[in-house]
Design a protein around this ligand. Structure first.
Ligand SMILES: [Fe+2]
Length: 313
């Protein structure tokens, strides 16, 4: 059976214009335009979609050591936390380092940016993020570097697809070029992330629930296998028992925990008692983003035992 879109494309190919095509199929001109636009709008690999590919082991040793960091959000990054991350990979020299998405924030490209904030800072943010990639490569020169695509990273490509389609074939506007993948020998994983092993998914994350742990559970239920994700900026683990135990880790973030743009409800208000005075409610800086945690994760994975999940720390 022919889909509406196929029927529209067929009639257009026969030489009918959009109004005539719409009349023939009982569609408005606007509906015809939307059906045709799909041909141009969708990037080849949509963020969060597609099949995850299994990556090859990064070492011939029995155990592979992997370090994960995510949600750096340059220029809203936490400088000290990132220094600790770089120091850690320098000391550990892991076999694999995973940058699990949202390296830059790209607020100027956000549909929420109605005030034109940071509109002339795009190149500056790309440079900051690429300097970080360069430092990661310098601190772990022999590691395999993997990078998944976060929803914020995706804004560059999506913006071009939505607003400047005639530019989308430019090589200079691909992720590989903009994010320095070739220069720093980084394996980019757009779409749904990648499989570290057949039963363990690494992804930026697409699910956000109101509480830490609930998002981890939702990711596990969505994929059906164990894994790790960022996206929520929280730190939590969900373990599902059974014949085969599975677990999912939300790995925290490396961005500031009190960025200017966050107007989180002050739900974390504390009750303070002083002496014999009645309790009073107060707020403090931590209550602006009470559920975000600056953290990263590491995993040890036995190369020779594909039926065992990596041990996450
Ligand atoms: Fe993020």
């Amino acid at each position: 059976m022919t889909s509406p879109r196929e029927a529209v494309l067929q009639l257009l190919a026969e030489g009918l214009n959009k109004t005539e095509t719409g009349k023939r199929l009982g569609l408005s001109r606007h509906q015809v335009r939307r059906l045709v636009a799909k041909d141009f709008d969708a990037p080849a690999i949509k963020w969060g979609h597609g099949a995850a590919k299994l990556v090859a082991p990064s070492t011939k040793e029995r155990t592979e050591l992997v370090v994960f960091g995510s949600d750096f959000h340059f220029p809203y990054h936490d400088r000290k936390a990132i220094e600790s991350f770089l120091w850690m990979i320098h000391k550990l020299q892991p076999h694999r380092v995973v940058l699990n998405g949202d390296i830059a924030d790209f607020f100027q490209l956000s549909r929420f940016n109605v005030s034109g904030d940071r509109i002339d800072k795009l190149q500056e943010e790309i440079d900051m993020a690429n300097e970080f990639r360069r430092l990661v490569r310098a601190k772990a020169p022999n590691s395999v570097l993997d990078e998944t695509l976060g929803n914020h990273d995706d804004r560059v490509v999506t913006y071009v697809h939505k607003n400047a389609q005639a530019l989308k074939s430019l090589r200079a506007l691909t992720r590989e070029e903009l994010f320095g993948y070739r220069e720093h020998d980084i394996q980019g994983h757009p779409g749904c992330g990648f499989l570290l092993r057949s039963g363990f998914l690494v992804k930026h994350g697409t699910m956000v629930r109101s509480e830490a742990g609930a998002s981890a559970k939702a990711e596990l239920q969505l994929s059906g296998i164990s894994g790790i994700s960022g996206h929520t900026h929280r730190l939590a683990r969900y373990v599902k028992g059974g014949y085969v135990q599975r677990e999912w880790l939300e790995q925290g973030c490396f961005c500031r925990l009190d960025p200017d743009y966050v107007t989180a409800p002050l739900t974390g208000a504390r009750v303070v008692r002083s002496g014999s005075s009645p309790p009073r409610r107060t707020t403090s800086s931590y209550t602006r983003c009470p559920t975000w945690t600056a953290s990263c994760a590491s995993a040890r994975r036995r190369i020779d035992q594909d039926n065992q999940n990596p041990s996450l720390d």
